[in-house]
Design a protein around this ligand. Structure first.
Ligand code: IPE
Ligand code: IPE
Ligand code: MG
Length: 235
């Protein structure tokens, strides 16, 4: 029996969020420069977006660049920006073909102008697609996101905010919270990702490095999720 056949398609996670980690270590293991790790990481991302869509995941969120990643050497950051631009240009057609709505979560206001234009173009052209939402987390930090929500709530003069008000003012407003959070490369931490939204997500951590995260690895995560008993505080 293949792994795919072990999946219960009536009990899929609606929203899958992934911390795509381990590109640098993947490259190091192969004695390659870190940026080649990122190039191969992009290949994995393309594949996982199409795979998630093909098995009918409704929301996929990928963590691509954190508010803390600016600490990296300038050369690595500019390499990532270059990859991002190439990715946006090459994937628009695939997203259209697969009826995927592309969104960005995070503050892209300080990104290079050509990249902002490319992001806006892809968001605009795919905005009416409705088979899957694909959130790309760029210059994303959960604390920044929550602070922004609080400021929005103050601006809107909401005196006694509810939990729903906070949710409604996050980048992910209107979307279901992640059911499954995956982190590759074995790190047991959240790294400022979706702190509010993952309150009851099932967490799956694999030692596999992101460039090696194959279809089979994605199936394994979903099968593990389906074996969990979600209690949400009940008994
Ligand atoms: C994840 O891979 C990609 C980004 C954070 C941009 P890393 O670059 O963090 O890879 P490691 O953790 O150094 O192996
Ligand atoms: C988390 O990975 C951010 C992304 C995957 C974009 P990091 O590699 O930046 O996280 P830390 O530094 O190991 O916590
Ligand atoms: Mg890392």
């Amino acid at each position: 029996m293949s792994l795919r056949e072990k999946i219960d398609f009536s009990n899929l996670p609606v929203h899958v969020a992934i911390i795509m980690d381990g590109n640098g270590r993947w490259a190091k293991k192969k004695l390659l420069p870190r940026n080649l790790g990122h190039t191969n990481g992009v290949k994995t991302a393309k594949n996982i977006v199409e795979l998630a869509r093909s098995i009918n995941i409704k929301v996929l969120t990928l963590y691509a660049f954190s508010t803390e990643n600016w600490k990296r050497p300038e050369e690595e950051i500019s390499g990532l920006m270059w990859l991002l631009k190439k990715y946006l240009k090459s994937e628009l057609a695939t997203m259209q073909k697969n009826n995927i709505s592309f969104r960005v979560i995070g503050d892209i206001s300080k990104f290079p102008e050509d990249i902002i234009a490319e992001i806006k173009n892809v968001c605009e052209k795919t905005k009416n697609n409705d088979a899957m939402i694909f959130n790309f987390a760029l210059n994303y930090g959960s604390r920044q996101e929550i602070l922004r929500a609080v400021k929005n709530i103050i601006d809107k003069k909401i005196d006694t905010p509810s939990e729903q008000d906070i949710s409604d003012n996050l980048y992910t407003a209107g979307q279901p919270d992640p059911d499954l959070l995956i982190r590759t490369s074995g790190e047991m931490r959240i790294s400022n990702f979706l702190l509010w939204q993952i309150a009851y997500s099932e967490i799956y951590i694999t030692d596999v490095l992101w460039p090696d995260f194959s279809d089979e690895e994605f199936y394994k995560a979903i099968i593990a999720y389906q074996q969990r008993e979600r209690r949400f505080g009940g008994i």
